[in-house]
Design a protein around this ligand. Sequence first.
Ligand code: HQG
Length: 178
Amino acid sequence: MDQKRISKFLSLVLRHEPGKIGITLDAQGWTDIHELILAAGRHGIHFDRKTLAEIVGTNDKQRFALSEDGTRIRANQGHSVTVDLALVPEQPPEILYHGTVGKFLKSIRTTGLHKGERHHVHLSRDLTTATKVGQRRGAPVILSIRSAAMAEAGHLFFLSDNGVWLTDTVPPEFIGFP
Ligand code: HQG
């Protein structure tokens, strides 16, 4: 089966709807690989351990991680179900970027960036990544976030295992608009 399709399926069940195929995630978001393969197969999505390891290793955004003993898998970020990824706050760079689209700007100017369905607002270290994130919704608009100043003001930042910067909310005064 097409690896991209399997990857999308993994995002769905490891971030949002594990119950859809009858699996559960533990408090840190991990699930047993053997159970996952069986449950996926029952829902017509067929892959083996080798294919799964390939998908984890080659995924363009490193969305998934295997446990050290190789028996479990989890999504690195992007969850809407409650999980504690046990991320430790880190000092962010001076500036981070957020890719969005024009139709959201009015609201962002007034209320800042909000996490919506996800656990955090997602920020990118570089313009290229932020542009790709914005492009998912249309013509991208890139906002610059004064992240070091935010940290100084007491906001916490976390760096996910796949290099996405995460924070709870970005007040409008820290956002540079184009
Ligand atoms: C917008 C993908 C109006 C925000 C990507 C964004 C990323 C507001 C949308 C990751 C707002 C939320 C995350 C406000 C924020 N008013 N709109 N006050 N505050 N927004 O998908 O950052 O493929 O939850 O600008 O590549 O787009 O899933 O967040 O447009 O890394 O691994 O509300 O998801 O990665 O959308 O994307 P999302 P995002 P994966």
